[in-house]
Design a protein around this ligand. Structure first.
Ligand code: C2E
Ligand code: MG
Ligand code: MG
Ligand code: MG
Length: 286
């Protein structure tokens, strides 16, 4: 793979379009060993209340510690894990780890990404129930982030699986809204507790009238249907003002916090929540 240095300032990731068949196979081989070798770790990106900046939730994001080998981000290895079925054991590890870490953060919610391939596994709802029971994590504090890709396949099967998950008390968020096919019609067809507006929509809305119109109307419909709306990937004050004005109730992005370790979340929550109403504003990124 070619190194796309500079794109990401101090780090770089292999991009999937850079990979040859041989390299993909090698990653797959490495992935097979990664759980047993304990190479995965979870980081958590705080989501804040649009009104007062307090932390309301964290999104769990997987990282792969590859030592001396080339770093690879989840945008690259998660699709490979999906193609090979490895997403099932990896996804179970993610859920168990995130629920364990988040147990102590009792004032906020935990959001976990779930791939279409995981949801299509008929065992998934059972495994989710087991993990909730084993970890003791309260289902009401868990949200699963799903993408439209899962919903376009077989909407009836998808709808049934989502209802089973909801039966536990777990919420469903529609992730990356505004990137693909998912339209306002989806919000009527399936029930979501939350809509997450993709970073690309937030960026485009800042300088393109039609993107802004789409963002504003999606938020209005979602709010009218009692969904929460999160703006993803907010990097600038201008984007934050736009998203807040349009009615987003939660914000997520580097303007507020980057993804941090579990210990760092605990520290941040002590700083921002333990002092009653006296909340600190933005805390520097770690
Ligand atoms: P996502 O679920 O949409 O997660 C948001 C991504 O945007 C994360 O990338 C996050 O680090 C990044 N991000 C957050 N704020 C900003 C910002 O202000 N600017 C920019 N440029 N980026 C920001 P990450 O961690 O590389 O994850 C990429 C994708 O990989 C995720 O997108 C999700 O689809 C998938 N993924 C990550 N962790 C997991 C996991 O545990 N399980 C599954 N199934 N998928 C995961
Ligand atoms: Mg997500
Ligand atoms: Mg997203
Ligand atoms: Mg995304």
């Amino acid at each position: 793979a070619s190194k796309s240095g500079g794109k990401n300032r101090c780090t770089w990731f292999i991009e999937d379009f850079d990979l040859s068949r041989e390299e993909t196979r090698k990653i797959e081989e490495d992935l097979r060993q990664a759980i047993a070798r304990q190479e995965f770790r979870m980081v958590y990106q705080p989501l804040v209340d649009a009104a007062d900046g307090s932390i309301v939730a964290v999104e769990a994001l997987i990282r792969w510690e590859r030592g001396e080998r080339d770093p690879i981000g989840p945008n690259v290895f998660i699709p490979i894990a999906e193609d090979t079925g490895l997403i099932n054991p990896i996804g179970r590890w993610v859920l168990r780890q995130a629920c364990t870490d988040a147990l102590a953060w009792d004032l906020i919610k935990l959001s976990v990404n779930v791939s279409p391939a995981q949801l299509r596994n008929p065992e998934f709802p059972i495994q989710l129930g087991q993990i909730l029971e084993e970890t003791g994590f309260p289902a009401e504090r868990l949200e699963l982030e799903i993408t439209e890709t899962y919903l376009v396949g077989d909407p009836h099967v998808a709808g049934r699986a989502l209802e089973m998950i909801r039966g536990f008390g777990v919420g469903i968020s529609l992730d990356d809204f505004g990137t693909g096919y998912a339209s306002i019609g989806f919000l009527r067809k399936f029930r979501f507790e939350k809509l997450k507006l993709d970073r690309s929509l937030i960026v485009e809305a800042a300088d393109d009238d039609s993107s802004r119109a789409m963002m504003v109307s999606s938020i209005a419909v979602a709010r009218a249907m009692n969904m929460g709306v999160t703006a993803e990937g907010v990097e600038t004050d201008a984007q934050a003002v736009l998203a807040r004005t349009a009615g987003c109730d939660h914000m997520q992005g580097w303007l507020y916090y980057k993804a941090v370790s579990a210990d760092e979340v605990t520290r941040l929550l002590q700083l921002t929540h333990a002092v009653g109403d006296e909340r600190h504003g933005h805390v520097a990124n770690a």
